[in-house]
Design a protein around this ligand. Structure first.
Ligand SMILES: *Cc1c(COP(=O)(O)O)cnc(C)c1O
Length: 413
């Protein structure tokens, strides 16, 4: 099946209980059981069913199943946010005294999270993702996980997932990939050797910024060594489901960062057009990036431009498109602000992945908590605007951006 057919028909369709074509919102906190015996079985993993929405819910389960199909994984766990998905994933396998190795070009919130984990005895080593030697030398006997984003946000570097996966596996470590910016439309990291994929489904999967959520999808392929991952040992009996079983029976239910049924429904609606939206948004981004790059005084960073250091990797790994996000540098913070204030179509928002074009000045907002070195590593500059391109008509976007850039005096000496 092609991408869109599988997206629409690859998982169980609609609601078998009623024949509804789309799984309805089961807006219920709890589900009653026919007998005390059945309730006991449910709580001891001896029966399938629903008891409490923090643990599972039919609408959420339908969304999880579709995410599993989308990412070609074994099982998914839906969380209250992308950050909750990242936190649950890491804490399911990493503990005090352990280390994580990660690419340094990450979403600002994830960098902040790694700093938060220091208080719990978890150290993170940030490396230049393009330097495999640096990645390898950061690994030691305390390392328990390797982390990267498919397309770094906002550096827009592209992780060479097959190479990273081999390196991780050579050291007995799982590779965790945040696929939020690329989405499964551009690449399915689990098919390239990654072990766990995370999506902030607040972005492209939802598609119109109607709800915050995140999903963890496990390939089920990683072999958890009992000595290195003692917490996984009791779950070895679940075979390839060990990671998910530990999560569902432990941290996920106990931290309580579950998805709301209404959110799962918004995501089920939104994800049906993921392919169509990504196609249009990526094509718009490619045209707009190429056009603006030719304007004097403007420097565009987009993996789809041959000038990007990641153009070759992107061409090899992605599906022929290059994502819908680019950044432009315009000479000064004042000019960046002047452009943002005079653009008519884009909204100033700290978000990405909407049907509408969104702009942000990362240095003063998303990366405001980062050190100067962290900003440099993440390619965040004072004169830089990040653009998350939507599905508007390209002529309108080009005219709006060109007028704002020329109006701000960019390129004039
Ligand atoms: C937005 C984002 C997150 C965090 O997701 P939330 O749903 O906002 O918690 C994580 N990673 C990337 C790459 C993101 O863009």
């Amino acid at each position: 099946m092609g991408f869109n057919t599988e997206l629409l028909h690859g998982a169980k369709e609609g609601d078998p209980a009623t024949g509804a074509t789309l799984t309805p919102v089961y807006q219920s906190s709890a589900f009653y059981q026919p007998s005390a015996e059945q309730h006991e079985k449910l709580f001891n993993n001896k029966a399938n069913g629903y008891s409490y929405t923090r643990i599972n819910n039919p609408t959420i389960a339908a969304f999880e199943e579709r995410m599993t199909v989308l990412e070609k994984g074994l099982a998914s766990v839906a969380c209250s946010s992308g950050m909750a998905a990242i936190t649950d994933t890491l804490l399911n396998i990493v503990g005090a005294g352990n280390e994580i190795v990660t690419s340094n070009s990450l979403y600002g919130g994830t960098i902040d999270l790694f700093h938060d984990l220091e208080a719990f005895g978890i150290t993170t080593r940030f490396v230049d993702g393009a330097d495999l030697g640096e990645v390898e030398s950061a690994i030691n006997d305390k390392t328990r996980a390797i982390f990267a984003e498919t397309i770094g946000n906002p550096k827009l570097d592209v992780t060479d997932i097959p190479v990273w996966a081999k390196l991780a596996h050579d050291h007995g470590l799982p590779l965790i990939i945040d696929n939020t910016v690329a989405t499964a439309f551009l690449v399915k990291p689990l098919t390239l050797g990654a072990d766990i994929v995370i999506n902030s489904t607040s972005k492209y999967v939802n598609g119109n910024s109607s709800a915050i959520s995140g999903v963890i999808t496990d390939s089920g392929k990683f072999k958890w060594d009992a000595g290195r991952y003692p917490g996984l040992k009791p779950y070895a009996k679940f075979g390839p489901f060990a990671f998910t079983a530990k999560l569902r029976n432990g941290l996920f239910r106990n931290m309580g960062a579950c998805m709301a049924p209404q959110t799962a429904f918004y995501n089920l609606v939104g994800m049906e057009t993921l392919g169509l939206r990504m196609e249009r948004a990526c094509d718009n981004a490619a045209q707009l990036a190429a056009y603006l790059d030719l304007l004097p005084g403007v420097n565009v960073n987009y993996p789809g431009l041959a000038s990007s250091p990641w153009y070759d990797t992107a061409t090899r790994l992605l599906n022929g498109r290059y994502g819908a996000i680019f950044t432009l540098r315009v000479g000064s913070k004042d000019k960046a602000f002047a452009i943002m204030n005079s653009l008519k179509i884009p909204m100033i928002v700290s978000n990405i992945g909407d049907t509408k074009t969104l702009i942000v000045h990362p240095s003063s907002t998303l990366s405001a908590h980062s050190t100067e070195q962290e900003k440099k590593d993440a390619a965040v500059y004072d004169d830089m605007i990040r653009v998350s391109v939507g599905i508007e008509d390209i002529e309108d976007l080009i005219h709006d951006f060109e007028a704002a850039i020329v109006g701000a005096g960019v390129g004039e000496s």
